[in-house]
Design a protein around this ligand. Sequence first.
Ligand code: ADP
Ligand code: MG
Ligand code: MG
Length: 210
Amino acid sequence: MDTRFFVIWMEEITAAVRAGRDHLTRLDAAIGDADHGTNLDRGFAAVAEALAARPPDTPGGVLVLAGSTLIRKVGGASGPLYGTAFREMGKTLGDAADVSAADLASALEAGVAGVRRLGGAEEGDKTMVDALAPAARAMARSVGGGGGGDPEVAFAAAAAAAEEGAKATVPLVARKGRASYLGARSAGHEDPGAASTALIVGALRAVAAR
Ligand code: ADP
Ligand code: MG
Ligand code: MG
């Protein structure tokens, strides 16, 4: 996968977040402050602008620019967290011009580690980590085994794991972020950040399937 693939991934995320904006905001209205959709919509619109204004020449460059832009443009918790995930992924890819599914699997693991470090959330705390961590595991498992390193297979496995992880946040009680202020009342709702992670990884599957 070359630089262009990663630019198209970012465009696909921008479109998916735009289409899912109101749904994400409704999820956040239930257990947060009703801004997750607008936060990410603003952030990824800025990512698209930044990529057009300063086109990076490596896959890692695309992800680092996307991450830095999200950190700068998104006020909510999700900005620094997703920003760190993309920056860590980009740094892991380094200045390679072409990356394999195995490279991206390692990068995603580094991205998840960055989110964990910054936010202190573990799986089960009802955050984006509940979708990100299973996605990274599924991608690594696919490239290391049954998927034979095929990006389409690996990203489909990751997207399915992210969706499953997001749905599995519904019964959980939040232990991090704003939703944790609600205590037990946070149960019964899907975590907005886990839902947006499913969109982001789903966009990767869509681009590879083209
Ligand atoms: P804010 O809560 O500041 O309004 P957003 O609504 O954009 O920010 O994002 C909320 C999402 O961020 C949550 O649904 C959750 O998935 C994620 N999140 C919040 N705090 C943490 C954390 N400490 N670690 C991981 N993810 C977190
Ligand atoms: Mg919010
Ligand atoms: Mg907010």
